[in-house]
Ligand binder design. Structure first.
Ligand code: NAI
Ligand code: PYR
Length: 353
């Protein structure tokens, strides 16, 4: 049973009782409802491990005036909302709302979709496709209808194919439909390299591109620390730093997620920070470059008539994807990227959208 959780519900007068504590100044121009700044609203669809990690990281970064949570499980949803609301004394003031009805997302600036099945140990991300496409058919059309101007940020897996699905089902321009993609894989890559080189991961410039998943591609040729090419110095310090060693590191990045899933059942904290950083770049118009899943037709030899979404370094701002960096890739890197694109596009085509 729903219990009263606000003082007004307990009979302590109407909402807005603050008027008995504060009186407007003489001309009434500065009452709380008369402020002019446009409020920022973020919706998180799916209040599971990932959705809640994202919501709490966004809360601590003070980038939204309102956060709407949606989930299919009403009790869990309300519990999650209340638990976050009870941190109010330690956080910036944010209106937190939740509902199982998508109408609660109305007027969102950014809608982040994390709803859906997750991998159990041994499953790949692509194994989730059919289950999560069925869910997206229910979620995306009402989401787009309630917030026709929103940016859509897809996190549910397999994220690249589902970003394509969200693009098709929303009817939004591709610049406003973005997958969290390899922003997370690139952080894992930078963490492993930083540990090896004993530097801060924020000083390692390195990208994973392509699929967020097994066929992701590590871009060794442009990797640098303090402007210095890392591959050259790795090769000089380790005589045997050959293709096999590089593939071993790429594989370790891919396997990271499987290891966490086998240990704790799911991944959550890193994706929470990854998505919060994307949300900040988008809503604060930062023009930062992130490897995210975008419509990749025509880049690096990916056929022009393909509608595949995969990760490439993209400049993000308030209107979404502002542009994709024309990276210089080696022939081998470009070949691996096209192979990743082919795998993903084959999966997209099976959906008949
Ligand atoms: N792109 C990335 O880098 C990452 C993606 N993921 C993916 O994120 C997704 C969520 O993972 P978790 O949060 O761990 O799973 P979870 O099982 O904890 O949460 C999923 C939530 O979706 C909700 N849901 C199901 N149907 C719904 C509907 N129709 N409307 C609203 N909510 C609905 C469930 O009730 C549940 O609370 C999975 O697909 C997972 O693979 C996870 C980590 C990283
Ligand atoms: C689960 C997942 O996609 C990840 O942590 O990379």
């Amino acid at each position: 049973m729903k219990k009263a959780t606000s003082l007004s519900e307990l009979g302590f007068g109407a909402d807005g009782a603050s008027s008995s504590f504060f009186r407007p100044v003489a001309d009434g121009a500065c009452t709380p409802t008369s402020h002019r700044r446009r409020l920022t609203k973020i919706s998180v669809i799916g209040a599971g491990n990932v959705g809640m990690a994202i919501a709490q990281t966004i809360l601590t970064r003070d980038m939204a005036d309102e956060i709407a949570l949606v989930d299919a499980l009403p009790d869990k949803l309300r519990g999650e909302m209340l638990d976050l609301q009870h941190a109010a004394a330690f956080l910036p003031r944010v209106r937190l709302v939740s509902d199982t009805d998508m109408a609660v997302t109305r007027g969102s600036d950014l809608a982040i979709v994390t709803a859906g099945a997750r991998q159990i140990p041994g499953e790949t991300r692509l194994n989730l496709l059919q289950r999560n496409v069925a869910l997206f058919r229910k979620i995306v059309p009402p989401l787009a209808e309630h917030s026709p101007e929103a940016l859509l940020l897809i996190v549910s897996n397999p994220v690249d194919v589902l970003t394509y699905v969200a693009w098709k089902l929303s009817g939004f321009p591709a610049s406003r439909v973005i997958g969290s993609g390899t922003n997370l894989d690139s952080s894992r890559f930078r963490f492993l390299l930083a540990e090896h080189l004993q530097v801060n991961a924020q000083d390692v410039q390195a990208y994973m591109v392509g699929e967020h998943g097994d066929s992701s591609v590590a871009i060794w040729s442009s990797m640098s620390v303090a402007g210095m090419p890392v591959l050259k110095s790795l090769r000089e310090s380790h005589q045997s730093f050959d293709e096999e060693a590089l593939e071993g590191i790429r594989r370790a990045v891919v396997d990271c997620a499987y290891e966490v899933i086998s240990l704790k059942g799911y991944t959550s904290w890193a994706i929470g920070y990854s998505v919060a950083s994307l949300a900040a770049s988008l809503l604060r118009d930062q023009h930062r470059i992130h490897p995210v899943s975008v419509l990749a037709a025509g880049f690096h030899g990916i056929p022009d008539d393909s509608e595949v979404f995969l990760s490439l370094p993209a400049r993000l701002g308030r209107s979404g994807v502002l542009g994709v960096a024309e990276m210089e890739l080696t022939e081998e890197e470009a070949r691996r990227l096209r192979r990743s694109a082919k795998t993903l596009w084959e999966n997209c085509q099976l959906l008949g959208l």
